[in-house]
Write a new protein. Structure first.
Length: 329
């Protein structure tokens, strides 16, 4: 009997009825590579479409938004370059100086650098901000390579994860969890599948079960960037458990618009209910009224929300725009 804890569907979600094919049949990554100069290049606003959008239909493209004055950028860029060169043509790196070419970064909602966005088939699909260690950059690129390009063809586990992610995004947490559980039967330490399963439990209103998924994984899996959003959401869920009644908080706020603690707690409740615009609106109002509240706690909490939602979420983009207008007016 298998000792895989996901074999029967972890704590409530049923076993996947159609398991993905064995990964042994996946096509190997191509051994050849373009010349080094073709893998890393600088781009401009005028060339962005050709260098990134069009090129990402051939293989994944990373876009590194940087500036000459940015210290963390100087740390991150050589790390990304090494990882991209080691991938031997399965991914390319395009660098954009936002001082000289700010418009693309603005369209993508970039508010801080370094910021890295990944494009596959002409669309942004993932990203991260800040200078990550080389091991995390490599893990990010490895996942990206499996999403698009020649190295991704025939990978059944990645296809299953993509299917599960799409189901979860569509609100079908139950079937998504079955798929993620099936992937974990084949690969018990697959970070993306484990994070997806935890996300399913969070979406279904069971943060305790999501925490159980996290608790049984080794540290090296939990350190994968795929778990960044899960950790933030679990932290927010823990905070939510200690909040008061929503109606009472709303009454307090209506009686005193400067009751920042009531507004702050309402933001957490809105976040838990998936009302992202409402949650951001409450925190932005606190920042507008009193930046010193809870030692700038409203701004810090809003940034946590952005991390949980992801850089490409419309609520994150709009929230960053409104936050910027408050901070730099």
């Amino acid at each position: 009997m298998s000792d895989n804890p996901y074999a029967s569907g972890l704590m409530g979600f049923g076993r996947q009825s159609v398991s993905p094919r064995s990964a042994a049949g996946a096509a190997p990554a191509p051994g050849g590579a373009p010349a080094g100069g073709d893998l890393v290049k600088d781009t401009t606003t005028a060339n962005f479409s050709a260098d990134v959008i069009r090129e990402s239909r051939n293989q994944p493209v990373l876009v590194d938004f940087w500036a000459p004055w940015c210290g963390p950028c100087k740390q991150l860029t050589p790390v990304i370059e090494r990882v991209v060169q080691a991938a031997k043509g399965r991914v390319k790196l395009v660098k954009m100086n936002i001082d000289e070419h700010p418009s693309i970064a603005g369209q993508l909602g970039v508010q801080s650098i370094p910021a890295v966005f990944a494009f596959v088939n002409g669309q942004p699909v993932d990203g991260f901000m800040g200078a990550l260690p080389e091991s995390e950059v490599k893990a990010f690129v490895d996942r990206l390579v499996k999403m698009g390009g020649p190295g991704a063809e025939g990978d059944p586990l990645e296809e299953a994860i993509t299917q599960g992610t799409e189901l979860l995004a569509a609100g079908d947490a139950g079937n998504a969890a079955q798929i993620f559980s099936a992937v974990l039967q084949h690969d018990p330490e697959n970070a993306k599948a484990a994070a997806g399963l935890a996300e399913c439990y969070i979406a279904a209103g069971h943060p305790d079960r999501a925490q159980a998924v996290v608790d049984q994984l080794p540290p090296e899996v939990l350190n994968d960037p795929a778990f960044a959003s899960v950790k933030t959401k679990l932290k927010l869920a823990e905070e939510l458990a200690g909040l008061g009644d929503q109606a009472e908080l709303q009454a307090r706020l209506e009686g005193n618009p400067d009751d920042h603690q009531a507004r702050f707690d309402l933001a957490l409740i809105a976040q838990a209910k998936g009302q992202r615009d409402v949650a951001a609106g409450h925190l932005l109002e606190i920042i507008k009224r009193d930046r010193t509240f809870a030692d700038d706690g409203a701004r810090r909490k809003l940034l946590e929300f952005f991390d949980a939602w992801g850089p490409m979420d419309p609520a994150t983009k709009e929230g960053r725009r409104r936050l910027s207008s408050l901070l730099f007016r």
